[in-house]
Structures are given as structure tokens and as C-alpha cells.
Design a protein around this ligand. Structure first.
Ligand code: ATP
Ligand code: MG
Length: 603
């Protein structure tokens, strides 16, 4: 195909769009690939569609290669299946809900587990029908709190989602492994560096789960890895739990006056003055000896607000995202929850919380504040708070702290939660060395859903013994439009986009530079020959556009090879430039097509 710039529906822009924070967003708009229609919602122009289709094709080929079959669901769906799994509520504000003219409730699908499950239930009834993997490439709708960075976090976006159906756990493991391998191939073919990391299952439920993160500074996900090969999303990292300590001989806890010590720093200073500790006993007090009790406000999917107190070693901050990912097990309703530091209003409603001097209940099983009439607040602790460890912590009285409060003897907790900041240098949970932290973009996510959806929607088949069994499922997503953005982000320079061959909107960008008719005739001829050789060609045939503008546009648009027909033509040569390296070479006109074809084939 030859796309002629004189006709192509394209306007490149000299100015960056005002709302663009990242290079991919800026350049995809400026180079005429996408246009914003509303916050987080984009229109695809011809060049953008061309890249999108190439990304989709690679994904389709790898899905087909593992035997997954393509289907296509509506995006506009009735509420009922999502009510059956409770996601109509659980999804919270992220769901686009709407009504039809008869008042019926509908939604724009944020993901399609329910529909796939019901379709299989409709058509299949025996173990002989399984395993089955089906997928679609389709629009998803999520009313993201912070649509961001153009296509990276949209409110309408394209996802490839597949679902596997198996009779037993071994089958699910095999389907999961096949998808995992296919994902690695997809990203390799796209030329996008990704690392599979352990993930939490989040709102989906289920057990084993991994995310494919593309490492980049602009990523919203923080992950950790060790030299020994451990990699996990920060939400999913587990703490190395210290051994429990025998507290039979531990001295009794003592309450002391510690006026004006509402912060960990002031407390540590006061402790070192009031109760200096000998080297033999562990040396000077540090923040790690204190137990900090942090008051958080949790907003449930129902909109209700609940206070939760979390006890952590005083040298560690609380990571709210880790709390959000892991607190679900202790809340009355599943679904999308947000966690923030409790505000003045929350504290005003709980007057027994003594700010700066909050401690756990003073005996195992006591209400959090250890005070008569105190409300029972949910009290969770970091995994480092194990039985027998002794702490300096608030005494629930202004200006007082308690020393030597022993976990499991003097205070208890409602549960343990992964909630503290993970730091570079922390040990990997599998013993593979210290962790380093990095940022990334989540490109794909695979889950072993297990039987949650099949149970809720009663997807059962007859097994070998004629018994009804609940099917076990996996769910696997790739962000297709996000992949276009991540590729643009990973492949650009100061002048514009620099597409990898696998997804470039064309193989070669022919530019006619100068005025003479013979230049345009030769350029036209080359464009047609390149097309005949099977390449996708952009041909800048615009008659009255300056060479500077034409080259600028070619570099902005980012096709891997630029072929310029201009002044050299009188000497029988054209200039062929590699967009990535910037290297240019004069090539005889009659060798130019072969030269470009070789360049395309060899990369
Ligand atoms: P995130 O944590 O980035 O919000 P998610 O975990 O909610 O993503 P999944 O439900 O796992 O996303 O969806 C599968 C894939 O769809 C993601 O791995 C990502 O590539 C893509 N995706 C999710 N949300 C968006 C979005 N708002 N815009 C573009 N792509 C998205
Ligand atoms: Mg995800």
C-alpha cells in the first residue's frame, strides 16, 4: 500500500498538546496518530490505526497458536450477570452504569468474566468439551479516577482478554502456563521489554497471578527484584517473618511519662534520655524498637467509611497501596476499596484515640484502646510484630508511652497484613538476595481465577464419573492500546517517534525533496516499486512543502527507513536513512528498492 501524504488524513502539529505529561502522549497526538475526544477517550487516525492493527495481529497470532479461539462480546451489557458475582457493587465508581428507555440497568463492560462464563455454561456440559480457551480483542470501559498519559490509562481502551476453562487444577495450571508463554512471545515480538512479576489478585479474587511489567520511570507500578531472580509487584511482596520469641522471662511492661513526644523521632530521643539502654541490651533505642499505630480510613465499595488501625515498626512507613491490595480479607464487603490516612473528622468521631500516643489494647483480646467503653476498632499488624517481640508504644494517654509491651502477652491483634513500605535492601522472601525497586507499566495480567466465577454463575460440567463439577477458570488480559503507548514511550527521541519494524505504520517513508518534475517522477516510481515488493509505503508527494517540513514530519512520524529523492538524483543516487541510528547512505537509484527490502528483512 502507498499512503500519499497529499491525500492522507493527517495533520502533524508543531505544538505539544497542553495536557500531555509523557512523551508517548505528546508524540502520538503531534504526529497525527490519535486525537482526544474526552478525558481518557481517544479517536484513532489512519496512522494510529495502522500501528494498532499490527499490535493486534501479533496478539491474535500468538493466541491462536496456543489454540485459543476468538469470539466477540458486546461492550454494552445487562446488569444481572454482574449482580450474580456482586461486581455490579464491588466495582464501585469505576463502572460506567446506564439505563435503557425502559429503566433497565446496563453497564459498559470493564472486563468480561461473567459473559464468558455464561456463554460456556450455555453451550457446554461435559468434561469432554474441556479444556477451552476463548478470547476477544475489544473495548473496555472504566471510569478511572485519574485517566492519565493519553492511551496509557484511558477510560475507554482496548484489551485482549482470554479465559480458560478446565475441569481440574492440573488443567488450569496447563492453561495458565500456555498463556504465560504466549505473553512472553507477544512482548518479544512487539519488541517490548517485560518482566513477569508476582501480583496480588485484587478485585478479581483467585490464587496465582502475575503481571507483565514494562520497566520505565513513568510507570505507575512499583516492583522489586532480586539478583537471584525474584520479582514481584510491591503490593505482592511478602515480608520475611522473624521467628517468635519465648517471652517467659521477659520483664513486665512499664508505663512512663514521655511528655511532648507525639512523633517517633521525639519518642526515640526521650527513650534514650529516660531509659538509656546498654549495649548488651541492644544499644541505643531506635525507631525500629517502637510500635507505631497508624489510623486509616477505609472506604468500602458501598461508600461506607471504616476506621482501621495498623501497627508497624516505627522505622517503617505504611504503604497505602499495599494496604488496599491486602486488606480485603478483613473487610465485610469485597470489591474496590480506597484507603487513606484518617482525617480530623474521622478522629473527631473516635474521641478515645489519643493522637500521638495511640497504643494497642493493653491485654490480649482487649479492645484496641484498652479502655472501658472504647469502640472495637479493627487492629492489624505488620508481619514483623510476632509473638514475644517487645515494643515501646503509645499508652493511650497523652504524654505517656509504655516500654516492653510484649506481643502475644500484653496485646493481641485481629490479623496480620502486608502493609509497610518495601525498601531497597530488604531481603527477598525466597532468600534470593536483597531487593531493588523499580517502576513499570502493567502491560498484561494473568490470573488463576479458580472457581469463584463458575460457582457464582453455576458453570458445571459432568466429569468422568458422571458427577457435576464446578469448572475452574483463568483470566488473562493484555492492554492493546496501552501497548501502543508503551511502544511509543520506549521508542522515541527528541525529533519524534522511532517505531520498531514489527508495528511501524509503514516500512519506508519516501520523501520527494525539491522542485523538479523528475524528482517527483522518480520518487513516485520508487514508491510503486517498493509497494510491488510487498512493503507498506508512505510517500510524501506534497508539491509545495519545504524540505525542512518534510524531513521534520518524516522524523516525527517515525517510520524506520526514510528514503529521500532530491538533489542527488542528477548523479543517480537517493539517500536512505535509518530513523533509529540516524545513519544515512547514498544508494544508486536502481539499487534502492533492494536496499530497503533488505533493511526491512534483516531487522
Ligand atoms: P491497572 O493496575 O493499570 O489499573 P488493572 O490491573 O486494573 O490495571 P487488568 O484488569 O488486569 O488491569 O486489565 C488487564 C490489562 O488491561 C492491564 O494489564 C493493562 O495492560 C490494561 N489496562 C487496564 N486498565 C487500563 C486502562 N485504564 N487503560 C489502558 N489499559 C488498561
Ligand atoms: Mg491488573
Amino acid at each position: 500500500m502507498v499512503l500519499r501524504l497529499s491525500k492522507l488524513f493527517l495533520r502533524t502539529l508543531r505544538e505539544d498538546p497542553a495536557d500531555a505529561e509523557v512523551a508517548s502522549h505528546r508524540l502520538l497526538v503531534r504526529a497525527g496518530y490519535i486525537r482526544r475526544a474526552a478525558p481518557g477517550i481517544y479517536t484513532w487516525l489512519p496512522l494510529g490505526l495502522s500501528v494498532l492493527r499490527k499490535v493486534e495481529r501479533i496478539i491474535r497470532e500468538e493466541m491462536d497458536a496456543i489454540g485459543a479461539q476468538e469470539v466477540h462480546f458486546p461492550a454494552l451489557l445487562p446488569k444481572e450477570p454482574y449482580e450474580a458475582t456482586n461486581r455490579w457493587t464491588e466495582y464501585g465508581e469505576g463502572l460506567f452504569r446506564l439505563k435503557d428507555r425502559k429503566g433497565g440497568d446496563y453497564l459498559l463492560a470493564p472486563t468480561h468474566e461473567e459473559m464468558f462464563t455464561l456463554l460456556v455454561k450455555d453451550l457446554y456440559s461435559s468434561y469432554k468439551d474441556l479444556p477451552l480457551s476463548i478470547y476477544q480483542i475489544q473495548n473496555k470501559y472504566r471510569d478511572e479516577a485519574r485517566p492519565r498519559a493519553g492511551l496509557l490509562r484511558g477510560r475507554e481502551f482496548i484489551m485482549k482478554d482470554s479465559y480458560s476453562f478446565d475441569v481440574d487444577d492440573a488443567g488450569l495450571d496447563a492453561s495458565y502456563a500456555a498463556h504465560r508463554a504466549a505473553y512472553l512471545k507477544i512482548f518479544e515480538r512487539l519488541g517490548l521489554d517485560v518482566i513477569p512479576v508476582a501480583a496480588t489478585a485484587g478485585a478479581m479474587g483467585g490464587s496465582r497471578s502475575e503481571e507483565f511489567l514494562h520497566p520505565t520511570e513513568i510507570g505507575e507500578d512499583t516492583f522489586v527484584r532480586s539478583a537471584g531472580g525474584y520479582a514481584a509487584n510491591v503490593e505482592a511482596v511478602t515480608t520475611v517473618v522473624p521467628a517468635e520469641i519465648d517471652f517467659t522471662d521477659a520483664p513486665a511492661a512499664e508505663i512512663r511519662d514521655t511528655p511532648n513526644t507525639p512523633t517517633i523521632e521525639t519518642l526515640v530521643d526521650a527513650a534514650n534520655q529516660l531509659v538509656p539502654r546498654s549495649e548488651a541490651d541492644g544499644g541505643a533505642w531506635t525507631a525500629a524498637d517502637t510500635l507505631k499505630n497508624v489510623v486509616l480510613a477505609v472506604t468500602l465499595p458501598t461508600g461506607e467509611r471504616q476506621i482501621v488501625v495498623i501497627g508497624v515498626p516505627g522505622d517503617r512507613g505504611v504503604d497505602l497501596k499495599r494496604v488496599e491490595a491486602n486488606i480485603g480479607a478483613y473487610l465485610p464487603v469485597a470489591g474496590e476499596i480506597t484507603v487513606e490516612a484518617a482525617g480530623d473528622e474521622d478522629l473527631a468521631k473516635n474521641p478515645l484515640i489519643v493522637r500521638g500516643y495511640l497504643g494497642p489494647g493493653m491485654s490480649v483480646g482487649a479492645p484496641l484502646l484498652g479502655l472501658e467503653g472504647a469502640a472495637k476498632l479493627l487492629y492489624l499488624v505488620d508481619p514483623r510484630i510476632v509473638s514475644g517481640t517487645a515494643w515501646v508504644t503509645g499508652a493511650n494517654m497523652a504524654g505517656k508511652h509504655v516500654f516492653g509491651l510484649v506481643a502475644g502477652r500484653d496485646f493481641g491483634w485481629d490479623g496480620v497484613i502486608e502493609c509497610t513500605e518495601v525498601r531497597a535492601g530488604d531481603e527477598a522472601p525466597d532468600g534470593s538476595g536483597p531487593l531493588e525497586t523499580a517502576r513499570g507499566i502493567e502491560m498484561g495480567h494473568i490470573f488463576q481465577l479458580g472457581r469463584k466465577y463458575a460457582e457464582a454463575l453455576e458453570l458445571k460440567v459432568l466429569d468422568q464419573n458422571g458427577k457435576q463439577v464446578v469448572v475452574t477458570m483463568g483470566s488473562y488480559g493484555v492492554g492493546v492500546t496501552r501497548a501502543v503507548a508503551a511502544l511509543a514511550e520506549a521508542n522515541h527521541d527528541g525529533k519524534g517517534l522511532v517505531w520498531p519494524r514489527s508495528v511501524a505504520p509503514a516500512d519506508v517513508h519516501v520523501v520527494a525533496v525539491g522542485r523538479g518534475d523528475e524528482i517527483f517522477a522518480a520518487a513516485e516510481q520508487l514508491a510503486l516499486e517498493l509497494e510491488a515488493a510487498g512493503l507498506d509505503v508512505i510517500y510524501d508527494d506534497r508539491p509545495k512543502v519545504s524540505p525542512g517540513v518534510k524531513f521534520g514530519d518524516a522524523e516525527l512520524v517515525g517510520v524506520p527507513t526514510i528514503l529521500a529523492v532530491g538533489r542527488g538524483l542528477v548523479d543517480g543516487v537517493v539517500e536512505i536513512k535509518d530513523r533509529r541510528s540516524g545513519e544515512a547512505e547514498n544508494v544508486a537509484v536502481d539499487k534502492a528498492v533492494d536496499f530497503v527490502v533488505n533493511a526491512v528483512r534483516s531487522s
